[in-house]
Design a protein around this ligand. Structure first.
Ligand SMILES: [Ca+2]
Ligand SMILES: [Ca+2]
Length: 249
């Protein structure tokens, strides 16, 4: 082929290629610029509440647990958790969670907290294109010291009574103590005691003393856990002891 025709052919091919690219971009969907709705961050349940879902202490460790509702967007990709410690107003990114772990997608345990310090939290949702939502509402919480394992005296191990007496020693400043009894097999709370005066220690409270338990008597052959939660003197502050196990013969 003569050289001048080669140039024409090259020019033609290049034009066809560029037109092809243009065709590609014409056919692609417009970029997603719509962020998800802000998450709904759940407030703190009352210490007397049977349903503990929300911003709260946990029994196992000195952590603050956050819980929010799962968004409904098809392209939802994850959540970002922000924290500040008043009076500092600046929120800093604490963690990024990418969806994929089921129920844990909407729960976050803040493990880097100090007892006696109030923390404020807000959460955002982000989608697959990286669009980030507005902030959720804010929640705040402050841990106070847990009752120690040793301060929960009885029952422990195997017991004979179906209406045992719970005995514990409360220490430190708090507004009230709440005893909680949990049926391990059925995975349900069976009783939360009325708030006990923290100063009348040691406490001696028999099961279902106020008649509000789910089961009038505990069931023989069944394992139970109990623990004592301390309600702090400030709003949205408290602690939850570790669980103590016992079995009814
Ligand atoms: Ca979107
Ligand atoms: Ca609690």
């Amino acid at each position: 082929m003569p050289r001048k025709y080669q140039h024409i052919l090259l020019g033609f091919l290049l034009t066809a290629y560029l037109l092809g690219l243009a065709g590609c971009s014409d056919k692609s969907t417009p970029a997603d610029t719509t962020p998800p709705d802000p998450p709904v961050l759940l407030p703190s349940p009352a210490d007397s509440s049977w349903d503990e879902t929300g911003t709260d202490a946990i029994p196992d460790e000195n952590y603050i647990q956050l819980v929010w509702l799962m968004g409904t967007e098809d392209d939802l990709s994850g959540y970002k958790i922000y924290r500040s410690s008043p009076p500092l107003e600046m929120l800093t990114l604490l963690a990024t969670k990418t969806l994929g772990s089921g129920v844990c997608d909407t729960v976050y345990d803040d493990q880097s907290v100090e007892i006696g310090v109030r923390y404020l939290y807000t959460v955002t949702a982000f989608d697959q294109a990286g669009n980030e939502s507005e902030w959720s509402g804010e929640v705040d919480y402050m841990l106070i010291p847990k009752l120690s394992d040793e301060s929960l005296t009885s029952p422990r191990g195997e017991i004979g009574e179906r209406q045992p007496t719970f005995i514990w020693i409360s220490t430190g400043e708090s507004m009230a103590n709440y005893l909680r009894v949990y049926d391990v097999l059925d995975e349900r709370t069976v009783w939360v005691s009325p708030g006990q005066n923290p100063f009348s220690s040691p406490h001696s409270v028999f099961y279902n003393e106020d008649g509000t338990a789910a089961d009038t008597l505990l069931t023989p052959g069944r394992q139970y856990w109990w623990r004592v939660d301390r309600q702090g003197s400030e709003l949205r502050s408290g602690s939850e002891s570790r669980w103590v196990s016992f079995t009814v013969k």
